[in-house]
Design a protein around this ligand. Sequence first.
Ligand code: AHR
Length: 490
Amino acid sequence: MNGTLFASDAFPIAKIDRRLTSSLVEHLGRGVYGGIFDPGNVLADADGYREDVIQAIKELQVPMIRYPGGNFVSGHNWEDGIGPKDQRPQQIDLAWKSIETNQFGLDEFMAWLQKINAQPMMAVNLGTRGIPEACHLLEYCNMTTDTHWANQRRKNGHPEPYAVKTWCLGNEMDANWQIGHKTAHEYGELVNETAKAMKLMDPTIETIVCGSSNEATPTFGKWELKVLDECYDNVDYISMHQYYDKPDHGTMHHIAKAIRMDQFINSVVALCDAAKAFKKSDKVLNISFDEWNVWYHSNDDTAKVSPWQEAPRLLEDQYDFQDALLVGSSLITLLKHADRVKIACFAQLVNVIAPIMTSSTGMFKQTIFYPIMHVSKYARGTVLRTNLQSDHYDVPEFGHVPYLDAIVVQNTDNDYTVFAINRHQTDAMHLKLNLGQTQFHVLNHICYQGPNPHFQNSEESQCVPHQLNSTYNDLTLPAFSWNVIRLRKK
Ligand code: AHR
């Protein structure tokens, strides 16, 4: 089977925002406790942070972490997670029907970010709370004034402000499962006033308004237009969330689902531009795709967990190889939209629908870890418009699906990286690269190919990427594989 890829530096899409491979850490299940924070475990450092997990996150080179949720944020009082640990209240978390000990809070999160070299992306509670609490949190994080919350930060041992730039104003506020769910009108007004107040305090911040919680919700579109009508001038991004469900229509349909992400982004871009036109605004509103992943493997186990436990096993999906190809294809899709998608968070990071899984004695990297790591490491620079030719197959919902999915990134004047998937389950694809007149040589070709679509990594058995000996004129994408081809001009 043959595939051809055409791209040229004469046709750039956009410079890639480093924040495209950000992630989410939520107080949910073992995401924090037993995941990143595990005091007393021999694998944790003196402050209680799991060192094996820090090492794996550093390999992912995650630039920014959204925190503390997710649904959790909509019932959370951030003040309960600061100050002396023996005085922090133990509480009910209504979002996940769990017990929150508050032993890990804002200052522990900031200290952990230093260890993994990442920036914070803070979410404020606009479910059960409002403008004052959001402003107090901003004051604690960013202000140098001689005022109550800035002084509390100093008292807690942090004289310098955290300078948090990126702020999510609530989480999935359209969703009926959200604590403190609001109508579009109520939420739009609240966001406008909250963003206005926060920007009065610190004009350097950027704010993200919640778009719809998913593309299938009946209010999708209407929600975006109404909310943006209320708050367009005071927000900088609109959020998108998307989780892919189980492969009800088979593997070939499952690995094509990033087409939904592509259509969803096109729709939200159109809605942002419509809002811009209604407002007669000069401002282009960009997208923060701040939750996305595959999520279905753990549903039955999660349903059996009894409520009101500390750090129960929730949403512990075990990903397989077909999920890794879908995640790879989603990353290619996000790169294709780098002109409008500036932030994206794969959700989540550890144990909860995550690339990294821990036990009390170790950790392992799920299949989806590898495409995320490759894109985080090598998608630096400018995405080029990439045209593809290959055979296709047909599935319901998507019609013709090409076997080849790919994108080209120009890293520097001389270095390029091609990310490519061969979706064919049995046949290798000979890939012809057409990158203009220039000749290239292959620096390396990394290939990730699982033994079968249903293969899952575990602590005992791991499928990892390997190197292929390829040349520019002789490139083969093995059947059902994810590939990273790094090129240098001759
Ligand atoms: O990531 C899991 C949950 O999915 C988040 O808490 C919520 O925002 C979304 O519905």
